[in-house]
Design a protein around this ligand. Structure first.
Ligand SMILES: Nc1nc2c(ncn2[C@@H]2O[C@H](COP(=O)(O)OP(=O)(O)OP(=O)(O)O)[C@@H](O)[C@H]2O)c(=O)[nH]1
Ligand SMILES: [Mg+2]
Ligand SMILES: [Zn+2]
Length: 336
């Protein structure tokens, strides 16, 4: 009988009744040194669409990988039928180390973390200036997730035809984050795409934000027409989008200019998994000042050495304020 017990590897060591006797199968499995390299483009119920050289192939995770999930952006080793022909199914036998990991939990007290995207260089935090209303707490949460996961943030403020960006930009001015503002007219005449493209060149950028903020609309403006996905409407009563996009998808930009990853709209970004010591990497001007902090300092407590460091003039007090504002984000909930 097959068991899906506590030890996922148990399932692998099945016994083969053959003339060599009952030997665990693990001993004779090839090491897959010949596996082809691929990149996961999208995942749909256990089927992973991958790019191998210039072929798009569908694969399943090999059982030997246990519970480790391959996600969009993962670099993987693939064996089996790599022809890309209809109805073929290859096998993913390896998931390479990740250069970055964008994680979220459904809620702050939810220990179950999902990896949204692997290996992205940049996180485009997409916020509509109206319809739906911007929520700075959501931006703060995405910033923390970016810093925690090793991605650099980019603020994308959409729908400036409906409301001006000034207030939001003022709020984020101190954080020194690059930003782009777009609107309906510029989406249509190509200016929005040009401006955003300049920020994406040579990088893998994941687009995240609430439903209805215009992530897919923007991604569609960047990719060739045959790659466009459907976009939705914002409900006039609730002011929310309709969760039009249901799966993350990586799309190459023309002329090898990088990749964009469109993701489904989320209600919030749970930060249960966040480690303050990783967030502080995003503040290299403050990092040396943590040397005298107590062990496991939250950097937001009375004994934190950063106050003295800033008072001595080593760094700008506004930066410490920014760091604490982001760290405190974990204690606050969406809508505060
Ligand atoms: N007025 C205005 N509307 C826009 C702009 N950008 C996008 N929209 C509209 O906003 C609505 C939602 O756009 P989508 O691109 O589907 O939003 P999304 O962020 O992908 O939403 P989910 O897939 O549900 O997460 C659509 O009706 C778009 O036409 C803009 O700059 N100005
Ligand atoms: Mg969408
Ligand atoms: Zn500290």
């Amino acid at each position: 009988m097959r068991r899906y017990g506590k030890n996922p590897d148990e399932d692998d060591i099945r016994v083969r009744p053959n003339r060599k006797g009952n030997r665990p199968r693990t001993h004779i499995r090839p090491k897959h040194e010949d596996a082809a390299e691929g990149m996961v483009l999208t995942v749909d119920r256990g089927r992973l669409t991958c790019l191998v050289e210039d072929r798009v192939i569908v694969a399943m995770k090999a059982r030997e990988l246990g519970r480790k999930a391959a996600v969009v952006g993962d670099r993987v080793g693939i064996v089996g039928d790599l022809s890309g022909k209809k109805d073929t199914l290859a096998r993913i036998v390896r998931i390479e180390g990740r250069s970055s990991v964008l994680r979220r939990t459904a809620d702050d007290d939810d220990p179950y973390e999902r990896v949204v995207v692997a290996n992205a260089d940049q996180l485009a935090i997409v916020t509509a200036l109206a319809d739906p209303e911007p929520r700075p707490r959501m931006i703060d949460r995405c910033l923390v997730a970016a810093y925690d996961g090793g991605l650099t943030p980019l603020l994308v403020l959409t729908k400036s035809d409906l409301a001006p960006p000034d207030k939001l930009l003022e709020l984020y001015g101190d954080l020194d984050i690059p930003y782009v503002v777009t609107n309906r007219e510029e989406l249509e005449n190509g200016d929005a795409a040009d401006r955003v493209r300049a920020e994406l060149a040579g990088k893998i950028t994941a687009f995240v934000g609430h439903s209805g903020v215009g992530k897919t609309t923007l991604v569609n403006a960047l990719v060739p027409p045959e790659r466009r996905r459907s976009t939705g409407h914002v409900n006039a009563v609730t002011g929310r989008g309709r969760h039009t996009t249901t799966s993350a998808l990586a799309l190459p930009l023309p002329d090898d200019e990088g990749w964009v990853v469109d993701t489904p709209g989320v209600r919030s970004f749970g930060l249960h998994h966040v480690d303050p010591s990783r967030v502080i990497h995003a503040f290299p001007d403050l990092e040396p000042g943590t040397e005298n902090c107590p062990r496991a300092c939250s950097h937001d407590e009375a004994d934190c050495a950063l106050d003295a460091w800033v008072a001595e003039g080593h760094a700008d007090p506004a930066r410490l304020y920014s760091l604490r504002r982001l760290l405190a984000t974990r204690e606050r909930h969406e809508g505060d």
